[in-house]
Design a protein around this ligand. Structure first.
Ligand SMILES: [Fe+2]
Ligand SMILES: [Fe+2]
Length: 490
């Protein structure tokens, strides 16, 4: 009986570890839902209305129209679902971008009946979507755009369709991984070149029917001009990607890496005016990056987010302990816990102002309030209690919100552990370090700070382990290496 209870307890323990806190999806307003639904209906109409343009409108024709209409409508809804699944924080503007691109492509197909090469109309939008929303969303978009045609597929050469699908899938997969504008430019050369070779091999001597009564052979010149057109449109698309980034709030890998450049004016200011905070930021970057790698999160996002999380401290660097360098602590001088709490909250508010001024994308700006969540300012609350002041606990808590993503939650945990790990004795054992980390992480978990982050208990465990690994590395660096008699390193 005891064995059975023990086994049951173990099973419940493992079950609990894998559970993820329930997270509310990002809300889309009713008006946005209405606009998105209307665009989906328009796409379905454009993609199917030609079936009704027959002289003899029989019930079978109406039935096939209903079928085609519903097929496209369901595909649109599926596309939205996939994009929300891949990007839990996707907003209505970004969903609008995805379906508007589909609407434009379907309209072009419908207006220009004689599309003899669909490469130039499907590949460039796939590049935008993969860069901004990820490969899976782009692949879903590509499959709908490639397979749903207002006119019968007979009018498009099947080999050409296959080449289009292959190129678009290739762009979708690579577009989601590419981390620099230079690589994007390379893609805009290699994809059209690949498409040219494939067309030259597969369809050079094949008949391509454009309309019902017109047929011709795709000449070498035709294939070359189509591929050149694709290259030009892809280059223009790449030029326009930064505009899409600012209008639709897209965060591409290239933009993330640009923002992570330590020569950016705001980061340079942080390193000069608040060197202690800058050092703290760099250590946090290491902790957060390791933990994110361990749970398979977005490493580029957390690296950039960590860099900017405390930029608000620039408004009053010497009010934060890491920048005081043994000088007088202004908090002791004012001796007012409530005012001190206001100064701490100000590093979040001012940080958001800096983010707005420097046009930081929303996912990066989110790190500023979410890394503090609604944490208690324990030190000053304790001081206020000691002074027997009449206070509300809420005055000594950050205004939040609590972390809304795995990445901001990891940053909150790294922020909490950084000072404790830095202060730890180099002779401390791994067990002691893990205990310190666990104490800090568990206190935030019990306080409900991780409730909206979507981190499972198993992931929290992995995060603690990765913090320990980073601490081991720091300890290793701090141990002085012995030198040989000749003072040379062996
Ligand atoms: Fe902070
Ligand atoms: Fe911090």
């Amino acid at each position: 009986m005891q064995n059975l209870t023990r086994t049951l307890k173990k099973l419940i323990y493992f079950w609990n570890r894998t559970q993820v806190p329930i997270k509310q999806p990002v809300r889309i307003s009713k008006i946005d839902k209405l606009i998105i639904s209307l665009i989906c209906i328009v796409i379905s109409i454009i993609s199917s209305y030609k079936l009704l343009l027959v002289s003899n409108l029989q019930s079978s024709v109406i039935f096939s129209w209903v079928l085609s209409f519903s097929e496209v409508l369901i595909s649109c809804l599926f596309l939205i679902l996939v994009s929300r699944k891949e990007n839990p924080n996707i907003n209505s503007r970004q969903i609008l971008l995805i379906i508007s691109l589909l609407l434009i492509v379907q309209a072009i197909k419908s207006i220009f009946v004689s599309i003899h090469n669909p490469l130039s109309i499907i590949v460039p939008p796939a590049l935008i979507i993969s860069q901004g929303m990820g490969s899976i969303t782009a692949l879903t978009w590509v499959s709908i755009a490639s397979l749903s045609w207002p006119d019968s597929l007979i009018k498009i050469n099947s080999n050409l369709l296959l080449i289009t699908l292959t190129c678009s899938c290739f762009v979708s997969v690579l577009g989601g991984k590419i981390r620099s504008r230079a690589q994007l430019l390379q893609l805009s050369i290699f994809v059209p070149f690949g498409a040219f070779i494939a067309q030259w091999i597969l369809i050079r001597n094949e008949k391509i029917s454009l309309t019902d009564n017109q047929e011709f052979f795709a000449s070498n010149g035709q294939i070359f001009s189509d591929s050149l057109l694709l290259a030009i449109i892809m280059l223009i698309t790449i030029l326009f990607i930064p505009i899409f980034e600012s209008i639709f709030g897209l965060l591409t890998k290239a933009r993330l890496l640009e923002l992570a450049d330590k020569e950016k004016p705001l980061i340079r200011r942080l390193s000069i005016e608040a060197p202690g905070t800058f050092e703290h930021t760099l250590l946090i970057c290491g902790l957060a990056e390791e933990a994110t790698r361990m749970i398979g999160g977005d490493i580029d996002l957390i690296k950039t987010g960590s860099l900017y999380h405390d930029v608000g401290k620039l408004h009053a660097p010497n009010w934060f302990i890491e920048n005081q360098d043994g000088s007088i602590n202004p908090h002791d001088e004012i001796d007012d816990p409530l005012k001190s709490a206001e100064v701490l909250q100000a590093h979040v508010d001012e940080g958001l102002k800096f983010a707005r001024k420097n046009r930081l994308p929303k996912p990066i700006a989110d790190f500023i309030p979410e890394h503090q969540g609604t944490l208690k300012m324990g030190y000053f609350l304790h001081k206020a209690e000691e002074k027997k002041l009449k206070i509300n606990e809420s005055d000594f808590r950050y205004k939040g919100p609590i972390p809304q993503s795995k990445e901001t939650a990891i940053l909150m945990l790294a922020d909490g552990c950084e000072a404790a790990l830095r202060a730890m004795d180099i002779n401390a054992s791994d067990h002691e370090a893990l205990e310190t980390i666990s104490k800090i992480v568990n206190s935030r978990q019990i306080d409900g700070q991780l409730d909206d982050s979507n981190l499972s208990k198993g992931e929290v465990f992995l995060i603690k382990k990765s913090f320990l690994n980073v601490w081991k590395r720091i300890r290793h660096r701090r141990i002085q290496y012995p030198t040989t008699k000749n003072n040379t390193f062996s």
